[in-house]
Design a binder for this molecule. Structure first.
Ligand SMILES: [Zn+2]
Ligand SMILES: [Zn+2]
Length: 295
């Protein structure tokens, strides 16, 4: 897999999951654009429920807009309806009603540039709901409104269950802002691009040239034969997550209340593949790399 930290270009910050008054959000589409642009974001997708909010009509002033929707079809093991985020369509995607997640994904995939599964932890998806499905590139490893609303924003465990079975998926960080309570500017995705255009963002995301964050910045990751070196904003812990039983390590092995760390080198065991990195700051906010193949 690609290493975004070694790719050409600059990281730009964006949110791929937001609601407006075109579904159940509080912001008008223009207010959402202004809110994220003023906060320094470089790209944004307005993903109303089963509704395409056309970005062309908005005054964006340099904020790159990606068309998006949150779609709802397919039922999980526990009977819940799945939430799927699709990005880069040219018209509204109306999925024929189905309880079958794969049928929904098969309908979505050719009609957008990419799709990912929203907030699996919040929706009580099981990893078995996701394993074996195709037509999407990742899951939301972090969803801020789910964290701020009910404390179930971090779907890292779902991700690892899939990675442990060699289902290599990307992890997105998003707000899913509705603004019924403070739920914006708390989860985002940093994408490495060589130019600020929708096409450059699509290509970078499809290639995995991004990482997710709810706070920390990851500056560099270098994978070598038996170790990984991470440079980041000051963090109180850096984890090497390897999804096999008992695998992985963390700076907490070295010093339980250590840090702040801005550069660490940690060992990578012989059988650890894939690995991913999590950086945790003093407020417990995290940054998540995509998985790296080590073998
Ligand atoms: Zn949702
Ligand atoms: Zn949503």
């Amino acid at each position: 897999m690609t290493n975004p930290f070694k790719a050409e270009g600059e990281f730009i910050k964006g949110n791929l999951h937001t609601h407006t008054t075109n579904s159940d959000g509080e912001f008008s589409p223009q207010q959402a654009v202004d809110h994220y642009r003023e906060a320094g974001y470089g790209f944004l997708a307005l993903t109303d429920h089963n509704y395409l909010t056309e970005p062309e009509a908005l005054s964006t002033d340099g904020l790159v807009m990606l068309p998006g929707e949150e779609l709802h079809q397919g039922k999980g093991e526990l009977g819940q309806v799945h939430h799927l985020v699709a990005i880069g369509m040219t018209e509204h995607i109306e999925i024929p009603p189905t309880d079958d997640l794969q049928e929904a994904l098969d309908y979505i995939a050719p009609r957008c540039r990419f799709a990912f599964i929203a907030h699996p932890y919040w929706t009580s998806m099981t990893y078995m709901d996701i394993l074996g499905r195709t037509g999407f590139i990742g899951i939301e490893v972090f969803n801020f409104t789910c964290e701020a609303g009910i404390g179930r924003g971090d779907s890292g465990s779902h991700w690892d269950q899939l990675l442990a079975r060699d289902r290599i998926l990307y992890g997105f960080g998003v707000d899913d802002a509705h603004c019924h309570y403070p739920d914006s500017l708390g989860g985002w995705t940093m994408v490495k691009v060589s130019e600020r255009t929708p096409e450059a963002l699509y290509e970078a995301i499809l290639a995995g040239n991004f990482y997710a964050s709810s706070g920390p910045t990851i500056e560099d990751v270098t994978i070598e034969a038996n170790n990984v070196t991470v440079r980041c904003s000051p963090c109180q812990a850096v984890h090497v997550i390897a999804p096999g039983a008992g695998q992985g390590t963390t700076t907490r092995r070295l010093a339980r209340d250590g840090g702040p760390y801005t550069q660490v080198t940690l060992p990578v065991g012989e059988a650890w593949d894939p690995i991913r990195i999590e950086c945790v700051d003093e407020r417990g906010r995290k940054a998540w790399t995509n998985p790296f193949r080590t073998r």
